[in-house]
Design a protein around this ligand. Structure first.
Ligand code: SF4
Ligand code: SF4
Length: 145
């Protein structure tokens, strides 16, 4: 299990285009670690301080994910079921923003695919064509709490 890959998208226009809305697997698998400057406080960070664990002088991780295989404290709902969501979507840390369902060429992210299959969810198809169009629909309603 990699502890250096990162969750999660929780974005997109609708459930069909956004498989995260009924998944959440990556938020209960990776260690979600990041620079401590992203923690809310005088440095201008956003991640609530009471949701992180200090790993080293400059690194923290989301509580619950310290050892990998644990569920992030900010995850709400039942894994693999509709309604799963991130309680701090707007304030989530960088690794969560960078982990995407699809690769730049539109193929499924293999890590995402693997985690979904392990959860008993259907394999992902290529990204819907409309989503590949740079002028096409943009994420409009984040999966906020
Ligand atoms: S594993 Fe993939 S589909 Fe599931 S929540 Fe994470 S990014 Fe979304
Ligand atoms: S902060 Fe939100 S997006 Fe990031 S791992 Fe936790 S629940 Fe998932």
């Amino acid at each position: 299990m990699s502890l250096t890959s990162y969750p999660v998208s929780f974005i997109a226009a609708d459930d069909a285009a956004n498989p995260c809305l009924s998944c959440g697997a990556c938020c209960a698998h990776f260690r979600v670690s990041f620079y401590c400057g992203e923690v809310a406080g005088p440095n201008g960070g956003t991640v609530p301080a009471d949701m992180v664990t200090q790993l080293s002088p400059l690194r923290v991780c989301m509580k619950g994910t310290e050892r990998g295989g644990g569920r992030c404290i900010a995850l709400r709902g039942q894994l693999g079921r509709p309604g799963i969501r991130c309680a701090i979507y707007e304030d989530r840390p960088t690794p969560c923003r960078e982990f995407d369902v699809w690769m730049p060429d539109g193929s499924p992210n293999p890590d995402c695919q693997r985690l979904r299959l392990a959860l008993g969810l259907p394999a992902l198809d290529r990204r819907p064509e409309a989503e590949n169009d740079p002028q096409g629909p943009a994420p409009s309603h984040p999966k906020a709490a």
